[in-house]
Design a binder for this molecule. Structure first.
Ligand SMILES: CC(C)(COP(=O)([O-])OP(=O)([O-])OC[C@H]1O[C@@H](n2cnc3c(N)ncnc32)[C@H](O)[C@@H]1OP(=O)([O-])[O-])[C@@H](O)C(=O)NCCC(=O)NCCSC(=O)C[C@@](C)(O)CC(=O)[O-]
Ligand SMILES: NC(=O)C1=CN([C@@H]2O[C@H](COP(=O)(O)OP(=O)(O)OC[C@H]3O[C@@H](n4cnc5c(N)ncnc54)[C@H](OP(=O)(O)O)[C@@H]3O)[C@@H](O)[C@H]2O)C=CC1
Length: 428
């Protein structure tokens, strides 16, 4: 199709009613894709196209992210193989390497505050908001009844309404009455479950207070669902006191400077998000919760803490909200996620959350140790060198050879890879 003949408008009514192939054709015509690009979009994946089409809207294709398995993880006395979905090299190697160094000292010990989610209901135009607050609190039993009536299955599995909190929020737009319903969602992430309750409850709150209900939605600051992990790395195993102390100085930097804390916590989320994604859970929910929790004191801080034990070893702890589930959302319907959950051998959402926290701590140890000693580039870039070789056009056994040459020359970029590839193909 010539440049001039290409359709130019994104205003496409009924795009959702087309088949996936028809959507590819429309998008390809719009963007001027060639045959190879069209074929790539239409290529089969390990998720059934019919299922993918029903999981989201306007589906055209799927994008495969590699899933690797982190080794050496021992969590609460049990050895686990942890699937991680990530596009970033060295992430999975770092977890295996970190876990190896604390395996003999017991691995990771975890705990969790519970599996409770918070839903918020915003009331506006309450003439007497402080009175309204008490009126709502007086209705606790009725609120519990309404919430639990929304989800008999959840109640059957031991979940349901737990607590009620009501605050008056003074805002530039006037006072608002904010109600929190706290619900144990057990093995579900729980967003849909608590949103249903909030929407059902809102008209009653408005009626009782004479106000007007506006937002009715869960909070991703899931601080009733906080998971914790700790581990101790023997000083001798990690390379001695100088390494230990450098890592602690790296932690203090992160905990006192938001510019560093953002990167430090990104490193933690390299591990956390990879397991969340591999198990079909909602990465955005967990990431929003983690960063909001990191800022809960009013200052954005490290999600982990690092100290020296009485024996002189390095001990690390991590604490963050972990709203993940084993039922609901995509977890139950994505066949690959189901198979990856089976590798973890977890029976409850809490067990899954605990493993994810342990991975986050291991990931943080790996990055901090590299940063505080030789720098990130040696380990990370030597693994990344293979991606650079691919990008320069290397195929088959050329990839490993080009990566080796780039590492030897300490020049890991596409231009150097192009030169190395030309040399290799020229017989040098
Ligand atoms: C990369 C390593 C592990 C090398 O570390 P090393 O000491 O050279 O590794 P090694 O070859 O001696 O092997 C030790 C173990 O590491 C693992 N390992 C080693 N190589 C592999 C591999 N190819 N595939 C799978 N696993 C591997 C494996 O467990 C192995 O044990 P073994 O299996 O031999 O008994 C280390 O340098 C490291 O952990 N670096 C940190 C990497 C990292 O953090 N990457 C994340 C990306 S950077 C980023 O996004 C976050 C950051 C850094 O900005 C966060 C922050 O600033 O805080
Ligand atoms: N801000 C956010 O984070 C938002 C996220 N979401 C999305 O919501 C989805 C997750 O919601 P969620 O409520 O978990 O999903 P679902 O509603 O799909 O699943 C939860 C339901 O599963 C049933 N269930 C069966 N067994 C159990 C068990 N052992 N424990 C608990 N529940 C059980 C329950 O009842 P029943 O069978 O009666 O349904 C429960 O309500 C994700 O896709 C997420 O992306 C949605 C809105 C906002």
């Amino acid at each position: 199709m010539t440049e001039d003949a290409r359709p130019r408008t994104s205003r496409i009514s009924g795009f959702h009613k087309l088949s996936a192939q028809q959507r590819i054709d429309r998008a390809a015509a719009f963007a001027g894709l060639d045959e190879a690009q069209r074929a790539q979009l239409a290529a089969p994946s390990n998720i059934d196209a019919h299922l993918a089409d029903h999981m989201i809207e306007n589906m055209v294709t799927t994008i495969a992210i590699p899933v690797g398995i982190a080794t050496n993880m021992r969590v609460d006395g049990r050895d686990v193989l942890v699937p991680m979905a990530t596009e970033e090299s060295s992430v999975i190697a770092a977890v295996g390497n970190s876990a190896r160094q604390c395996y003999d000292s017991g691995g990771f010990t975890t705990s969790m505050s519970g599996t409770q989610m918070i839903a918020q209901i915003q009331l506006l135009d309450v003439a007497d908001p402080h009175r309204g607050r008490l009126v709502i609190l007086e209705q606790r039993a009725e609120i519990e009844r309404i919430c639990n009536a929304c989800d008999a299955t959840l109640v059957k599995f031991g979940g349901g309404f737990r607590e009620l909190e009501v605050r008056v929020l003074d805002t530039p737009g006037g006072a608002m009455v904010i109600t929190h319903i706290i619900v144990d969602t057990r093995d579900a992430m729980g967003a849909n479950a608590v949103n249903t309750m909030a929407e059902r409850l809102a008209p009653e709150l408005a009626r009782w207070t004479g106000g007007r209900a506006l937002l009715r939605i869960l909070s991703n600051l899931a601080d009733r669902r906080v998971v914790r992990a700790r581990a101790t790395w023997p000083c001798a195993v990690i390379g001695g006191e100088a390494v230990r102390d450098a890592m602690i100085a790296a932690y203090h930097f992160a905990d006192h400077d938001p510019y560093r804390a953002a990167t430090h916590n990104k490193g933690i989320m390299n591990g956390v998000s990879a397991v969340v994604l591999a198990t079909g859970n909602d990465t955005r929910a967990v990431e929003a919760g983690a960063h909001a929790y990191a800022a809960r004191t009013g200052r954005y801080r490290s999600l982990s803490a690092w100290e020296v034990t009485a024996q002189g070893d390095l001990t690390g702890t991590i604490e963050l909200p972990m709203a993940v589930g084993l039922v609901g959302g995509a977890v139950k319907i994505h066949p690959t996620a189901r198979a990856l959950v089976a590798i973890l051998q977890v029976k409850t959402a809490e067990e899954l959350a605990r493993i994810i926290a342990a991975v986050g701590l291991a990931q943080n140890f790996g990055a901090m140790k590299a940063l505080a000693t030789e720098g990130i580039q040696r380990g990370h870039m030597s693994l990344h060198a293979q991606n650079v070789a691919f990008a320069a056009g290397a195929v088959g056994e050329e990839v490993g050879e080009i990566a080796r040459r780039l590492i030897d020359r300490q020049s890991i970029n596409e231009e150097a890879a192009g030169l190395a590839l030309a040399e290799l193909r020229g017989g040098r």
